[in-house]
Design a protein. Structure first.
Length: 139
């Protein structure tokens, strides 16, 4: 069995951003040379997420509105976590809702998606450098 590992780095200009990272992950699959296996894509920061859904602008805005409604950034005094001097208590909750990672089957050297599925990096406390791990195993 072969194994491949790569880190993707992001520094978003906004506190919250949603980036389609499918092309970068597809490139990792090509680089790995693995034809049959599994691809793990994992946000390596506790205020960011990796998830799968449709790349449709209205849906992305719906996610952002929904998450901000569930865990609004302000008032920052609302979150006990922020008493530590941080201002990102909301980002931790948003990450918990959206998830830490996805696993996608690799079949015949390609990501084996359902209709409309794409991989996204969700950033909830941006404006600093963060990474996503891509780990692929298989033959």
């Amino acid at each position: 069995m072969k194994s491949y590992r790569k880190e993707l780095w992001f520094n978003t200009p906004h506190r919250r951003d949603y980036i389609n990272i499918t092309p970068q992950v597809e490139e990792c699959v090509r680089e790995s040379g693995i034809k049959e296996g599994l691809c793990l894509v994992n946000a390596m920061h506790i205020t960011a997420s990796v998830y799968i859904n449709d790349d449709e602008p209205g849906l992305l805005q719906d996610y952002d509105d929904w998450l901000e409604g569930l865990a609004p950034h302000e008032p920052i005094s609302h979150y006990r976590h922020n008493r530590t001097g941080e201002d990102n208590g909301d980002a931790h909750l948003k990450r918990q809702i959206m998830g830490r990672e996805v696993v996608v089957a690799v079949t015949d050297g390609r990501l084996d998606f359902g209709p409309w599925e794409q991989i996204f990096y969700g950033e909830f406390d941006g404006r600093r450098r963060k990474r996503v791990l891509v780990k692929i195993i298989g033959e």
